[in-house]
Design a protein around this ligand. Structure first.
Ligand code: ACO
Length: 406
């Protein structure tokens, strides 16, 4: 079979999915057929998760039952809380989340049951408990008493309650909820792909979710929202935006929160978020930050060739100011992305197992072949006399590549 190299798998279709549809050229995102903009305006995270897992909108009874089932799962096993207390307070919250999502599996008797029913129950638990995992670690690292969940609240409301120990205003709850809706699923993005690879080995959902959290962490993926905020704080004021951004562009540095592997038009998640972020920033006295973001967008989009390259703000650009306006620490931003994407990751795991095939691509081997084994006592002499230093370096890299392809 002829093999094509597709670095970054940009042109490879590796799965079927009924969760979300993306048209990157036109800037369209739909969850199970529903446009993301209408969901962000009218739906909520609970309903969106149900939609992703069932392929249709729920009836009011189904939604009420689903909401209650989620609320019944907010509480964390006390042994899991003890385990979170052993994570160093200095740990990055995304690392702590990776550990605690993994640890959750120890306390779920169904962890290794890959039946559809058990996986749906685990998906529900993961979505219900992830905000609590994040809030618990954050309060622990700050030396604050832990807050028990409030099962009368929505997922967004309960998270803010567990994080701050104060009842969120409806506006705060709604702001976080919109972000959760917007981030819930996105085709075969890197972390979802990683989750599907893991579950395709018939591993378990906790392992897949752990893989996904680790993959989301990187700044080219979910970690970008934190970097956007760091950039805004580094710039500090509107007057300094032009010099800062033009300097970065002149040095050919990337502007965080811009560009996307799939979208070559305006990220449809950023459209509503931009308007919404302005409102949240205005309500919370953070309008100057929004104005800086807007100016950055103007400068970047005015660059020659930038539109041709398809560089526009992505969802992370305006979610950064929204999270900041809600009072979240910068290193929690990517955790919020994870709390939302958990519904997509788990939905994809169930979908992958429904028509499973082990995901196992090829690597193009670039090292030497057919070498004669050299006894260790003779190796240095043999190696130095027969190959150049750069060739030896290639050989050791190739040896690593060979073993990792097993
Ligand atoms: N700022 C400036 N230029 C950019 C940016 C950016 N943020 N992103 C891409 N470009 C330019 C590149 O320099 C390159 O230009 P060239 O052709 O002249 O060399 C061109 O656009 C294509 O870039 P690639 O890296 O090949 O595009 P790719 O599709 O691989 O990258 C990515 C997508 C990784 C998201 C990239 O746009 C990026 O690094 N953005 C910043 C990080 C970020 O915001 N990530 C969040 C993504 S959204 C999410 O995960 C939810």
């Amino acid at each position: 079979m002829p093999l094509n190299i597709d670095k970054g798998l940009a042109g490879t279709v590796a799965a079927d999915t009924a969760l979300s549809f993306i048209d990157g050229a036109k800037g369209v995102l739909e969850y199970a057929g529903y446009d993301i903009d209408s969901l962000a305006r009218s739906s909520n995270f609970e309903e969106t998760s149900w939609l992703l897992w069932n392929g249709r909108l729920p009836t009011s009874r189904e939604l009420a039952e689903f909401g209650s089932a989620l609320q019944a799962e907010y509480a964390l096993d006390p042994r899991l809380i003890d385990l979170i207390r052993t994570i160093p307070r200095t740990a990055a919250p995304m690392d702590a989340l990776r550990t605690s999502v993994s640890a959750m599996g120890h306390f779920d008797p169904e962890a290794d049951d890959n039946s559809v029913e058990a996986n749906r129950r685990k998906a529900l638990r993961l979505v219900a408990k992830t905000p609590g995992l994040i809030a618990t670690f954050d309060r622990w690292r700050k030396g604050k008493p832990l807050a028990a969940p409030d099962s009368s609240l929505s997922i967004a409301g309960n998270f803010l309650w567990m994080l701050t120990g104060a009842r969120p205003t409806p506006a705060m709850e709604r702001a976080l909820d919109v972000c959760l809706v917007l981030h819930a699923d996105h085709g075969l993005n890197a972390s979802t792909f990683a989750a599907r690879v893991t579950i395709s080995t018939q591993s378990d959902m906790y392992s897949a979710a752990t893989t996904a959290v680790g993959t989301l962490k990187g700044p080219l993926h979910g970690g970008a929202n934190q970097e956007v905020m760091e950039m805004l704080l580094e710039i500090g004021e509107l007057e300094k935006v032009d010099g800062y951004i033009n300097g970065k562009l002149a040095r050919k540095e990337r502007i965080m929160g811009f560009g996307h592997r799939v979208y070559k038009a305006y990220d449809p998640r950023a459209t509503y978020l931009k308007t919404f972020a302005r409102q949240v920033a205005s309500d919370t006295g953070n309008l100057p930050l929004f104005e800086m973001s807007r100016r950055i967008e103007e400068i970047v989009l005015a660059q020659p060739n930038i539109i041709e390259k398809g560089i526009f703000p992505n969802v992370d650009f305006y979610s950064a100011t929204t999270y900041y306006s809600l009072g979240l620490d910068l290193d929690l931003f990517t955790c919020m992305f994870a709390a939302s994407r958990m519904s997509g990751w788990t939905g994809h795991c169930i979908e992958q197992l429904a028509a499973n095939k082990l995901i196992r691509p090829h690597a193009d081997y670039t090292g030497p072949r057919g070498l004669a084994y050299v006894a260790i006592g003779l190796r240095e002499d043999a190696a130095t006399s027969r190959t150049s230093p750069s060739a030896r370096q290639t050989m050791s890299v190739a040896a690593g590549a060979k073993s990792s392809s097993m």
